[in-house]
Design a protein around this ligand. Structure first.
Ligand code: GTP
Ligand code: MG
Length: 696
């Protein structure tokens, strides 16, 4: 069976879940479409989703149609849950981008379109809600086409009465011709040669270009009323890359020793879906909502069988239970083939883990590299929780990162333990929560809605009432000059000696670790301990924030072969590192957003004043065709929080303020920006040593 792994993505409320529901009806998985508003859809299965009519988690379902097995992921549209979309996009072969004909291009649509284009993700566009009064279909298509560089081709026509009509091959060839000429050199050459090109050749070229994420076919419909859904569904295999089966379109990527494609041209045809190759798979979702913990795994190459061994995180385990997605259900399976999605019950599997069938090459680099990649990726904002070293062909996707830090408190102080345990399970599903439990329980969030939902999940899934402290901006810290620190073995109570040189790196570089001590000088298990301790220590620096944009060179070690232990090194590392940071003149970094502010020209002076007060920078203004002014630039997340609501009120709903994560930039030091509860304990050397030695 061929496989097609697709996702449905869109701005919030565009109709993704409704579309999914109607697709499942057509595929015969369910008899009747549920309604988001009634809370009885398949993919909005959590209580909070049903009650609020908003998707929170990416939900996977599946069905077979026309000899193809579809795995379909319905993603949430709200910006606060963008991490779910990010994790899904990592492993999908193609997506359906839903755009509401009524609302047109919305903030999140633009972010998704940027990602689709940057990563060349094969995409089909579904213009939904054409039944809505006031929907300007032509305008939506034009806006989208402009935004996506003129790469759209409508494959249908919407009649006066709202009926959706597929274009014939000849009509499609005509409509697509100009677009195709600019993307298909061969077709262009034939055109120049005055050749009479048959319509089928245009259609074939169109499909080929869609399949590699170069052109975007457009469909129309009304998911709610089931209009246009069948046409869309039947066309998906034509325009999105299927995996495996005969007449394989997918191309082998050759040796497969890197998990993430570098997103070069052609990387979309990422796997030949060969089940006979060694296993290469990645965990993209963990679900703790049911009694048992489920780990969803996308297989890129190789197959997975029950009772076989899989290797991950440098260890080997036997698959004792295996499940797959079949006709909308989770079913027990004895084998999952390449290109498909498996569900495993191994309890240590984490989001981002890479699975192999032998321990080849992984042992050598784990776990240090795994940790390093995971962390440095968080820093450079390129990826969240997915390590990108090693095997197979997932795709790096970055849609933002949380900028808010909140403390979670149990309403009943006696429930702190239960709250902690519940949060551990939730952070297991969503590693970006970055749960920290040192003194207080804190999590990282994208926004207020996520906070509300978290509160509701804690209540309904775990029966715990929780409160949140006021959200605080997540700062980071970084050295402004190079520094060095060394503590030899005879100058410390720890049975170890280490030294580091640190160097500032450009913004967005993240944390880099260089090992300048050979394995001859210090053996591997000790080196791993040092490296892990460096990354752990850099989670909280002198101001209590993560240390980033820095290179740490491990350049000195001293070791007592009789009494030395890895844990002695682990204990000493933070002490030496903090000493180096103190000499490196640490600066604070704050999260910066790209923004677009739209106002009428009557409000422009108010807008400009506000932007100045919020410390916006490098912004410029353009007049739009509809008479509004668009101001774009960068702005601190801290000062602009909640500004969207204010714009709404001073423009009487006609203005808007859209933002997306940009990166971290230096900010002035201020005492209230310090994260007092999380300052690295090793920053106070005397106390730290006493505590460590006392604990022995
Ligand atoms: N009139 C009309 N309403 C629709 C259509 N499709 C969806 N809706 C309605 O739009 C609302 C949002 O639909 P959903 O399917 O939940 O949208 P979604 O994209 O899944 O939303 P999130 O997952 O929360 O981002 C619901 O009230 C639907 O009934 C449509 O084609 N026409
Ligand atoms: Mg939804």
């Amino acid at each position: 069976l061929k496989k097609l792994n697709i996702g449905i993505i869109a701005h919030v409320d565009a109709g993704k879940t409704t579309l999914t529901e109607n697709i499942l009806v057509l595929a015969g998985v369910i008899a009747q479409a549920g309604r988001v508003d009634k809370g009885d859809t398949r993919t909005d299965s959590m209580a909070v989703e049903r009650r609020r009519g908003i998707s929170v988690r990416a939900a996977a379902t599946s069905f077979c149609r026309g000899g193809i097995k579809f795995n379909l992921i319905d993603t949430p549209g709200h910006v606060d849950f963008v991490a779910e979309v990010e994790r899904s996009l990592t492993i999908l072969d193609g997506v359906v981008l839903v755009i509401s004909a009524k609302e047109g291009l919305q903030a999140q649509t633009r972010i998704l379109m940027d990602t689709i284009m940057a990563r060349q993700i094969p995409t089909v566009i579904f213009v939904n809600k054409i039944d809505r009064v006031g929907a300007d279909i032509a305008q939506v298509v034009e806006d989208t086409n402009d935004y996506m560089g003129g790469r759209l081709v409508a494959t249908q026509q919407v009649a006066e009465d709202g009926a959706v009509l597929d274009l014939t091959e000849r009509e499609l060839a005509e409509v697509a011709a100009d677009t195709l000429y600019s993307h298909d050199d061969e077709l262009m050459a034939r055109f120049v040669d005055n050749e009479d090109i048959p319509p089928a050749d245009f259609c074939e070229s169109f499909a080929r270009n869609a399949m590699c994420g170069c052109l975007y076919p457009v469909f129309f419909g009304s998911a709610l009323y089931g209009v246009g859904v069948e046409s869309l569904l039947d066309s998906l295999p034509k325009y999105l890359p299927t995996i495996g089966g005969d007449g394989d379109l997918a191309i082998s990527t050759g040796g497969s020793d890197t998990v993430y494609a570098d997103n070069d041209v052609g990387s979309n045809l990422r796997t030949n879906g060969n089940s006979n190759l060694p296993l290469s798979a990645i965990v993209f979702k963990v679900d703790n909502s049911a009694k048992e913990r489920l780990a969803y795994v996308r297989l890129f190459e190789g197959s997975m069988r029950i009772r076989e061994i899989v290797c991950y995180q440098g260890k080997s385990e036997k698959i004792t239970r295996l499940a797959g997605l079949r006709d909308g259900k989770l079913t027990a399976e004895s084998i999952i083939e390449s290109g498909d999605i498996a569900v495993l019950y191994l309890k240590d599997l984490m989001v981002g883990d890479i699975l192999r069938d032998t321990a080849r090459d992984t042992l050598d680099d784990m776990p240090g590299d795994m940790i390093r990649d995971g962390i440095s990726d968080m820093h450079d904002g390129k990826m969240s929780s997915m390590p990108h070293k090693s095997t197979s062909m997932a795709r790096k996707v970055s849609l933002g990162q949380p900028t808010l830090n909140v403390e979670v408190l149990p309403t009943n102080p006696a429930e702190r333990r239960e709250l902690y345990e519940a949060l551990v399970l939730l952070a297991d599903e969503d590693p970006l929560l970055g749960l920290s439990s040192d003194n207080s329980l804190t999590v990282r969030l994208f926004g207020e809605i996520q906070m509300e939902i978290l509160r509701e999940i804690l209540a309904e899934r775990y029966g715990i009432a929780a409160e949140f402290s006021a959200a605080r901006t997540i700062y980071m810290e970084t050295p402004t000059q190079a520094a060095q620190a060394r503590i030899p073995i005879n100058k410390t109570f720890f049975r170890a000696g280490v030294g580091f040189s640190i160097t500032p790196l450009p913004r967005g570089s993240g944390l880099q670790y260089v090992r300048a001590v050979s394995y001859g000088e210090l053996e591997k298990s000790f080196q791993v301990a040092v490296e892990e301790a460096v990354f752990a220590a850099c989670q909280y620096g002198l101001y209590g924030w993560e240390v980033t944009d820095m290179r740490v060179e491990f350049d000195y070690s001293d070791y007592d072969s009789v009494t030395g232990t890895p844990s002695a090194f682990r204990d000493l590392v933070p002490l030496v590192l903090m000493e180096a940071l103190k000499d490196a003149k640490m600066a604070l970094l704050e999260p910066i957003l790209d923004f677009e502010l739209r106002v009428l020209d009557t409000s422009i002076s108010k807008a400009m004043y506000d932007l100045q007060m919020m410390r916006a920078y490098s912004y410029n203004t353009t007049a739009l065709a509809d008479g509004t002014l668009a101001i774009t630039g960068q702005i601190p997340a801290d000062t602009s929080r909640g500004y969207g609501t204010k714009v709404g009120s001073y423009t009487e709903g006609r203005g808007m303020f859209m933002t997306r994560f940009y990166g971290y930039n230096e900010t002035d030091f201020a005492e209230e920006k310090v994260n007092h509860g999380k300052i690295n304990p090793a920053a106070n050397a005397g106390l730290y040593v006493m505590q460590k030695l006392g604990a022995r």
